[in-house]
Design a protein around this ligand. Structure first.
Ligand SMILES: [Mg+2]
Length: 408
């Protein structure tokens, strides 16, 4: 069996999804997602110029050897562009393998460990009452877990993941005004004064059963993070996400010495080497890698297995930048993983997205039920794809009030 060709598509409704379709001499094809948020053209070029020419003629069933060929063969290893590109190929090869076996991928991993996988939504508010309304809307839809982000009184601009306007039309997710980013202004002191009390009010309003998550988005120093974790301990958070810059693996030791609040980190990691210390020293409770950014199913499954040895659960990244293809790969891992925790979930549900990526993965009452279709269980409509093309976009950058650059 041989790979005969591969095509790359960049574009989609509200996002520049990078989709690869790998074709074989037996008519079976596989799909992968290489969407590297706001840098989408780079994995597309890496795939097109370097990886696809090497793939032609390879046996798609040898997904492990192909992964090793690209990773170890590159000499300059790791990095988000390379790992997203390898990840997309890897997903597509697993998709082909599942279709050849006529089995959903979770069966090839070892079968189901659960019927449905719990997901969490993003509740946001310009102020606390606006946030309470947003949480209520998700609770009424059946979500059991909600990430909560709130505007900070006195902060001169919207902070991370907070919309600029109240109400139903508020949207913080996509900025396609070009590659020059907007500026957000950050003030750690105001945040530390306000947010613990806000989280306590949310707990008081919604009772003990709602799983409350909060994302600090790498904004605090280790000492500030330890202070914050201690302050929010009575709230009983499901997790505190990215309290410190993720690349500093030493940072969480201080937090661990002062608090038992569960810590989740890792959405920006792209290899097992980025989280090896955090997992083996048991400095985290949830690992947030994604199959898109961290080398696909083959590599993320290794991270999940390592994490399981150290009581670390999964909490895969699931921002809107992940297409339904990589989310499907995560649905299959979530169905199987004995150390599954929760899944971030924002992608499915718009008619445009469902038309581009048809599938019967189902979301009900805050749980995802994985499809039993062979392979990933998601398809890609090339005719629909012709409606879309690349649009330049950006994340904000963050400055302190005196202009100093800070962590987004
Ligand atoms: Mg996050």
């Amino acid at each position: 069996m041989k790979i005969t060709g591969a095509k790359i598509f960049v574009g989609g409704p509200a996002k520049n999804y990078v989709t690869i379709k790998i074709m074989t001499d037996q008519g079976v094809y596989g799909l992968g997602d290489a969407t590297l948020n706001n840098r989408e053209t780079l994995p597309a070029a890496y795939l097109q110029d370097y990886l696809i020419p090497n793939l032609i003629g390879m046996d798609p069933r040898n997904s492990e050897d192909i992964w090793q060929f690209f990773y170890r063969g590159a000499y300059f290893r790791r990095g988000p562009i390379a790992m997203a590109s390898f990840g997309a190929i890897d997903m597509a090869l697993w998709d082909i393998k599942g279709k050849l076996a006529n089995m959903p991928l979770y069966q090839l991993f070892g079968g189901k460990s659960r019927d449905g996988a719990m997901v969490y939504a993003h509740a946001t508010g310009t102020d606390l009452e606006d946030l309470m309304d947003s949480i209520t809307a998700y609770v009424e839809q059946g979500y059991k877990a909600v990430r909560v982000q709130c505007g900070i009184p006195g902060m001169p601009s919207a902070s991370y993941a907070v919309p600029e306007t109240r109400g139903a039309n508020k949207n913080y997710i996509s900025d396609f005004s070009g590659v020059r980013p907007k500026i957000e202004v950050w003030d750690t002191e105001k945040y530390l004064r306000f947010m613990p009390g806000a989280l306590a009010e949310i707990r008081a309003r919604f009772g003990p059963d709602l799983k409350i998550l909060h994302d600090v988005h790498h904004r605090l120093t280790p000492r500030e993070a330890a202070q914050f974790a201690k302050a929010v301990e009575p709230v009983g958070l499901y997790w505190l996400e990215d309290p410190t810059p993720a690349e500093d693996q030493n940072a969480l030791r201080l937090l661990r010495q002062h608090s038992t609040v569960p810590v989740a980190i890792g959405e920006v990691f792209n290899s097992i080497w980025d989280c090896n210390t955090l997992i083996q020293e048991e400095l985290i409770d949830f690992i947030r890698v994604a199959v898109t950014y961290a080398g696909g199913i083959t590599h993320v499954k290794r991270i999940v297995d390592l994490a399981g040895l150290h009581h670390v659960k999964t909490g895969f990244h699931g921002a809107p930048s992940h297409s339904p293809i990589s989310m499907a790969a995560q649905h299959h891992l979530n169905a199987w993983a004995p150390n599954f925790g929760i899944q971030e979930y924002l992608v499915l549900g718009t008619p445009e997205c469902d038309a581009l990526f048809p599938s019967d993965h189902k979301m009900e009452n805050g749980m995802v039920y994985v499809s039993d279709a062979p392979g990933l269980g998601v398809d890609f409509d090339e005719n629909e794809a012709e409606k879309y093309s690349y649009r330049a976009g950006s994340h904000p950058v963050v400055r302190l009030e005196d202009g100093t650059i800070w962590d987004y």
